[in-house]
Design a protein around this ligand. Structure first.
Ligand code: ZN
Length: 189
């Protein structure tokens, strides 16, 4: 979050991006967080948190949709090397969420494998519909990261780590307008 403040205020430090850091990491890594974010070109985690080499595991999928490979990739750090934090990062005006919303509302499947994203986002769509929000796509985008974080936090492999206090799974939301990351749920007390 300190790195995100630097991003918002244009006080970037570009930490851990030099040959010394590269050499230090050549034979091992110990990132302090795993970030699951959207594929959107405007939300690269390393930039919006002002991080460098070896700081983050990063997995990206359309609308942070989960599936076995995505989930396994997010679990890798926490399960094998004690990474203490997972951040599920959604964002404003998410094209994947908007496309899935329209596909579900109109019952018109997206072409090819894109429909797998629609399928993964159905619970968030249903929550947005239940809430009767004035901006259902925005509501769905926020619901999607909260539900995704909840699913990871409660799954068979990660729940024991969370129960022991060794792992936090946080949902967060990125504003394209301001660059600011807002924590939605799951932050440790
Ligand atoms: Zn997106």
């Amino acid at each position: 979050m300190e790195g995100n403040r630097r991003w918002v205020t244009n006080e970037l430090q570009h930490p851990d991006r030099d040959p010394t850091r590269r050499e230090l990491l050549a034979t091992g890594q110990q990132p302090y967080a795993a970030v699951l974010s959207c594929i959107d070109s405007r939300v690269p985690p390393e930039l919006v948190f002002d991080t460098g080499l070896g700081d983050l595991f990063v997995m990206r999928s359309g609308g942070t949709a989960l599936g076995p490979v995505v989930t396994g990739s997010v679990e890798y750090g926490p399960m094998t090397s004690g990474t203490p934090l997972i951040v599920v990062l959604g964002h404003q005006r998410c094209g994947a969420v908007a496309a899935a919303y329209k596909a579900l509302r109109d019952d018109e499947p997206l072409p090819g494998n894109l429909q797998a994203i629609t399928h993964a986002l159905r619970p968030a769509y249903e929550q947005a519909v239940r809430e009767r929000s004035a901006d259902p796509i925005e509501t769905m985008a926020r619901a999607q990261v909260k539900l995704t974080a909840n699913a990871l936090r409660g799954n068979r492999d990660l729940a024991p780590l969370v129960a022991k206090g060794d792992l936090a799974v946080v949902s967060a939301y990125y504003s394209l307008d301001t660059g600011q990351v807002e924590i939605l749920n799951g932050a440790p007390a």
